[in-house]
Design a protein around this ligand. Structure first.
Ligand code: SF4
Length: 456
């Protein structure tokens, strides 16, 4: 299971938040190098603007796979330009994907389906081949931009399409920015650009654009068709409200507006050598959450990490000191803890949060509040072992009826269905559990070498 697959809902919304304020280059680098290494491809038509995104990808990792859908109908100029860019950018994994010959002979034997049914032609020559080409990837880049119009005006940086993340790093770029990037990096132009082709697809379906026309005006000119079909429109979604969860708190004032920070999360990750995030340790009292957390905090701090343990008991001596253990108070305890963890993670810190958080809905609420880089860790020792340990004598008092609504005794604990990690502290030494958790944190949150170390 990939890291993304473990984040169940609305990854595109989480990514949008993670990359808030980031440049196109930062998005490309973050996706290629940190979040989806080996699991992301680019799809390029090697058209008049394609060199910009391909150049950014090559700077991040020139072995990133680039898929070219060879419909058999392309201009020779496009093939020549593809060859030129491959050499110039030193791309090492450009994959030329052709239509299925059996589909062509059955559905377009004369090669002129585009005249009678362009949608069917695009389906055979583009949509279906792309489906197979992307099968091994979790995410892909497109070069689409809002200024192209034709329904792209509201394009987001991140979409979800057929179970994959679709990334549009240049969504907010315009023609002037494209031109400047070409000039700044001395990139070669598509041979048809100087003939008025602003967007280039297949020869039968592409014409030059007249002065003042939009970029894609020459595509399928005279037809109502504006897209080939590989980009199905995907509505932007807000995170779903988990069943039974209370809505995350919003500002009570309609006159309060959030402002962007001057320092982005990626800059903080560059400085620290790891991203901020939250390891949310859940489990019964006595399972070893705090013991594991404090040992992990020490270990990672000694390795140079920005790390802090947000301990549930400690919070009840301060921020949550006014809360008891009724269902409403437990909900509020989790909400405040998650909001605090989120703020700390946004500063670049790895937060190790230790909260019994007994109900699945509690952890789901925390996940939705924190957003991206929330990792649920089940510290699992079983009730019998925890009660046998009883380090604070709480189980004995709960059994004696002195503590009402005690988790595991008189209040339920729902085990996680699919935590990112499960630590078996009943049968394994604490050191081994800490080592496993440290390795997990490094795997999912490490972010190259800290800037200070690189400079030194
Ligand atoms: S752009 Fe035209 S020729 Fe190319 S696949 Fe679509 S309909 Fe066929």
């Amino acid at each position: 299971m990939t890291q993304l697959q473990t984040v169940e809902t609305h990854q595109e919304v989480r990514l949008e938040a993670l990359f808030q304020g980031a440049t196109a280059e930062e998005i490309v680098r973050g996706m290629v190098c940190d979040l989806f290494p080996g699991r992301i491809a680019a799809v390029s038509a090697f058209g008049p603007e394609s060199a910009v995104l391909l150049h950014m990808i090559a700077l991040a990792d020139r072995s990133t796979p680039v898929v070219f859908l060879d419909t058999g109908k392309h201009f020779e100029e496009t093939r020549a330009y593809r060859k030129l860019l491959i050499e110039r950018l030193r791309l090492t994994d450009v994959r030329v994907v052709e239509p299925d010959p059996a589909a062509l002979s059955a559905r377009d034997p004369n090669g002129d389906l585009w005249k009678s049914d362009a949608d069917a032609c695009c389906r055979i020559r583009k949509v279906e081949p792309l489906h197979g080409a992307l099968a091994e990837f979790d995410a892909w880049f497109t070069g689409r931009k809002r200024y192209h119009g034709g329904g792209r005006e509201g394009l987001a940086f991140f979409e979800r399409d057929a179970g994959r993340i679709k990334v549009n790093p240049l969504a907010r770029w315009d023609a002037r920015m494209i031109d400047r990037y070409f000039d700044d990096h001395s990139l070669p132009r598509h041979p048809l650009s100087e003939q008025g082709y602003l967007s280039v697809g297949c020869r039968p379906c592409t014409a030059p654009a007249a002065d003042g026309e939009s970029v894609r005006a020459g595509r399928w000119r005279g037809a109502s068709k504006t897209e080939c079909g590989i980009h199905t429109p995907v509505a932007r979604l807000e995170p779903a409200q988990p069943e039974g969860a209370k809505p995350a708190a919003r500002s009570a004032s309609s006159n309060v507006f959030a402002v962007d920070h001057a320092v982005t999360r990626l800059e903080r990750a560059d400085a620290n050598g790891h991203r901020g995030g939250v390891l949310w340790l859940t489990g019964l009292s006595g399972a070893g959450k705090s013991t594991v957390a404090m040992a992990l905090e020490r270990r990672l701090f000694d390795r140079g990490w920005q790390v802090f343990t947000l301990d549930g008991d400690n919070l009840r001596h301060g921020l949550n000191g006014d809360l008891g253990f009724s269902p409403d108070d437990r909900d509020e305890n989790i909400r405040r803890a998650a909001e605090t963890a989120k703020l700390m993670a946004e500063t670049g810190v790895l937060v190790i949060a230790t909260f019994i958080s007994p109900l699945r809905v509690h952890r789901r609420t925390a996940r939705d509040i924190v957003g991206w880089d929330f990792h649920e860790v089940f510290v699992d020792a079983g009730l019998e072992v925890c009660e046998g340990r009883d380090p604070k004598g709480l189980y004995a008092r709960a059994r004696a009826g002195e503590i009402p609504e005690f988790t595991g005794v008189s209040a339920p604990y729902e085990e996680p269905d699919a935590p990112e990690l499960r630590l078996d502290t009943a049968s394994r030494e604490i050191d081994a559990c800490v080592a496993e958790l440290a390795a997990y944190a490094a795997r999912v949150l490490a972010h190259g070498a800290p800037a200070a170390k690189r400079a030194g």
